[in-house]
Design a protein around this ligand. Structure first.
Ligand SMILES: [Zn+2]
Length: 265
């Protein structure tokens, strides 16, 4: 599941493969960029902002551009050595191929692929709240934005990237379990909002630099989460069956005993 940490890792892979290199070819397989050719452009850097990827480029006329992409649920970038077999995904999912003398970057099932002047990145990511893994992470501002909608459920508020950027469904479920908070609790009734935000940041940061996401400390298959993906399995703390239900546009997992409803506090 691409959450902030996965996107951060992906940005790093692209940076190591492409940064500083001149593109020797590009192949866009999306209608809006079908005629775009980045041959001769230089890759300045690759960065992430929440769940958005920003590949910053310099055109031959020195103009600065940003190739934006979003992984959503299923997108991925892979970097290969020239001549290496592309083993990532089926070829029909390829949306873009970028070639340099030392690497080939292939983007699979990317969303919101767009090429914009770097000075206009804010049009794509300016609405985002503080980035949990960004250099400018600001927990006070994240709490302020969350608290601005006290009636919203905390389960939905943590996923709203305008509040804080980088939390996906896995971390949402796990943070709320670890804080003992029901996902249906209104934001205004969450006992310690700053602690919830701080925990979300710590969990994402702990998973930076690896592809297996774990909130339990274990990297063994089937032991990496407390509640996420564990419907009907026993809670690791109290043994109660973990529940799964729709909340807003997403499903949520929780333990009804460890995470009691708190709507009247
Ligand atoms: Zn429990």
């Amino acid at each position: 599941m691409p959450e902030g940490d996965t996107v951060w890792n992906t940005a790093r892979v692209l940076h190591r493969a492409l940064a500083g290199a001149r593109l020797t070819g590009s192949d866009f397989r999306v209608p809006q960029l079908a005629t775009t050719d980045l041959t001769g452009w230089t890759v300045r850097e690759s960065a992430s902002r929440g769940k958005h990827l920003l590949l910053r480029l310099t055109a031959p006329d020195d103009a600065r551009w940003t190739l934006h992409s979003h992984l959503r649920m299923d997108g991925a970038w892979r970097a290969y050595a020239p001549g290496e077999r592309w083993s990532g995904r089926p070829a029909h999912l390829i949306r873009v191929v970028l070639r340099t003398p030392g690497a080939v970057a292939v983007g699979y099932h990317l969303h919101e692929l767009a090429l914009v002047p770097t000075g206009k990145e804010d049009g794509l990511v300016g609405h985002l709240g503080p980035d949990l893994l960004g250099p400018d992470w600001d927990p006070t501002e994240a709490v302020r934005r969350l608290a601005g909608h006290p009636e919203q459920t905390i389960g939905e508020a943590l996923l709203d990237q305008r509040n804080l950027a980088g939390v996906g469904n896995l971390y949402k479920c796990e943070v709320l379990f670890l804080r003992g908070v029901s996902p249906w609790t209104p934001v205004g009734a969450v006992p310690d909002l700053p602690a919830t935000v701080a925990l979300a940041q710590r969990l994402l940061a702990a998973n930076r630099g690896r592809w297996t996401q774990s909130t339990t400390g274990s990297l063994h298959r089937g032991q990496t989460s407390y509640v996420y993906g564990r419907r009907a399995q026993p809670c690791r703390r109290c043994g109660t069956a973990i529940r799964k239900e729709e909340l807003g546009e997403r499903v949520t997992y929780w333990c009804p005993v460890c995470q009691p409803e708190q709507s009247d506090t």
